[in-house]
Design a protein around this ligand. Structure first.
Ligand SMILES: Nc1ncnc2c1ncn2[C@@H]1O[C@H](COP(=O)(O)OP(=O)(O)OP(=O)(O)O)[C@@H](O)[C@H]1O
Ligand SMILES: Nc1ncnc2c1ncn2[C@@H]1O[C@H](COP(=O)(O)OP(=O)(O)OP(=O)(O)O)[C@@H](O)[C@H]1O
Ligand SMILES: [Mg+2]
Ligand SMILES: [Mg+2]
Lengths: 257, 257
């Protein structure tokens, strides 16, 4: 049965999409059947794997969540044989409000994923930068949550709020929800701020912090403009290596459960 | 009468809070009476000017929007004599959902600002990374919207969607809403990606792009950990100079209206 991991942090620009896309790609390159779910109306994860989620070519996550279309009908293939995506486009922006008045609004995604768990070993969900209905759906559907954390002050400041929210969701909706871990991203070893934030997080959260630290690496930020994960754009880059390490660590952490 | 400018972009981490805090500070240092409104439940703008929005010390923007408390009661002073703030804290996270079922939900902020316009020359609103109820309130209350844009691919991809939304809001709710301009942020001249994105934006949007380009500058990202704008933390830095230039350009653009 597939493991569902939500990539979430309400702080914007911390590397959620970059982590979701490249972690999913690294798992697929290790021959793990993987599904990437794009839950952000910006549709960055979709374009990050070269999929334009034009509604004329089939349902997107919006139709699955709000109109009850079966998730299997929205699945698209990617350049990687073991990676599929359930894409998003701007329509999803309406879902935050439309879901508010639907019965069982917070478990729409969970219900849809039950049918898919048997077909994938890993299901990775890219969340938008908020703690609204869409992220709530992801956290109710997930077995664990992986929190990318940019090594900057504002990102660190928002961390305790996020972990409190995860706790509240575990208590109210999803008692099995685990914190998979905190992943330090965009780390620049030359900056004392980066070092300071990394040190503080490791001190407070110990082995909840992934051993792998993703460095700031321009090849990572170039790859989406080519519509491919950095694992394919520049497999020899430090960025690609870091996400291969993240995938290995996730497999190891899941194996120990 | 004060000019109201919303700092908005649904893409996360593009420099909205950094721009709101430092632009407001630069205006205040030019002796312009300025009010900064924090509309993000992360409360980054509040902590960026050293204000901890503990509800026990008075109402925050949450009480103003959802409970109808007069905005004047939530105003706090900052280290700068000409800069006040209407702060936010985590309570605001509930407002996205709570506002949905309130009558005239999109003009709650607009109504509250009418009373304040006479006391300030500039009112700057820091928006969260979404196009939900809070950003809608900001765009309905604003005379203009300033769009910070990180010189990266994902940020560029989301720009047309945002400008479409601004157009829709002008047509449906606020016919006077202007695009103040697009401000390029975190520009790193050594990276071809940065140069490419900057070139593309200038080609498509011409004089809608601020002449000032804010460089990536570590003093900017260090200043919030000291609770002060970069204008006070390191006035001689390239980051502080850039935001003084942004303030001058805003004053010039407003003057030409
Ligand atoms: N390790 C890295 N090195 C260099 N650039 C990076 C790295 N990780 C992410 N980026 C770039 O930083 C920007 C922000 O990353 P990303 O969009 O993945 O964050 P996000 O948390 O998904 O943002 P949002 O909150 O808008 O969803 C992107 O332009 C991305 O290409
Ligand atoms: N010009 C710059 N140079 C260096 N760092 C910057 C610059 N502008 C912003 N930053 C840093 O980048 C990060 C993102 O900026 P900021 O938080 O202002 O973006 P935002 O759009 O407000 O994010 P959110 O979408 O979460 O509200 C912060 O850690 C900030 O300190
Ligand atoms: Mg994202
Ligand atoms: Mg912000």
């Amino acid at each position: 049965m597939g493991v569902v991991t939500a990539i979430a942090n309400q702080k914007g620009g911390v590397g959620k999409t970059t982590t979701a896309v490249n972690l999913a790609a690294a798992l697929a390159l290790q021959a793990k059947r993987t599904l990437l779910i794009d839950l952000d109306s910006q549709g960055s994860a979709s374009s990050g794997v070269g999929v334009t989620a034009d509604s004329s070519r089939g349902p997107t996550i919006y139709e699955v969540l709000v109109n009850g279309v079966a998730a299997a009908e929205g699945l698209r293939h990617t350049d990687l044989s073991e990676l599929d995506i359930l894409p998003a486009n701007r329509d999803l922006a309406g879902a935050e409000v439309e879901l508010v008045n639907i019965e069982d609004r917070e478990i729409q995604l969970k219900r849809q994923l039950e049918a898919l768990r048997a077909s994938y070993q890993f299901i990775i969900i890219d969340c938008p930068p908020s703690l609204g209905m869409l992220t709530l759906n992801a956290l109710c559907a997930a077995d664990s949550v992986l929190v990318p954390l940019q090594t900057e002050f504002y990102a660190l400041e928002g961390l305790t709020g996020l972990l409190d929210t995860v706790e509240r969701i575990r208590a109210a909706y999803n008692e099995d929800l685990l914190l998979e871990g905190i992943l330090l991203t965009m780390f620049d070893g030359r900056l004392s701020l980066s070092q300071q934030v990394a040190r503080e997080v490791k001190t407070h959260f110990g082995d909840k912090v992934f051993r792998t630290v993703v460095p700031r690496n321009v090849r990572i930020s170039e790859s989406p403009s080519h519509g491919v994960p950095v694992l394919l754009y520049d497999p020899a880059s430090r960025g690609a290596q870091a996400y291969r390490d993240v995938a290995n660590e996730l497999i190891e952490r899941v194996g120990k459960r």
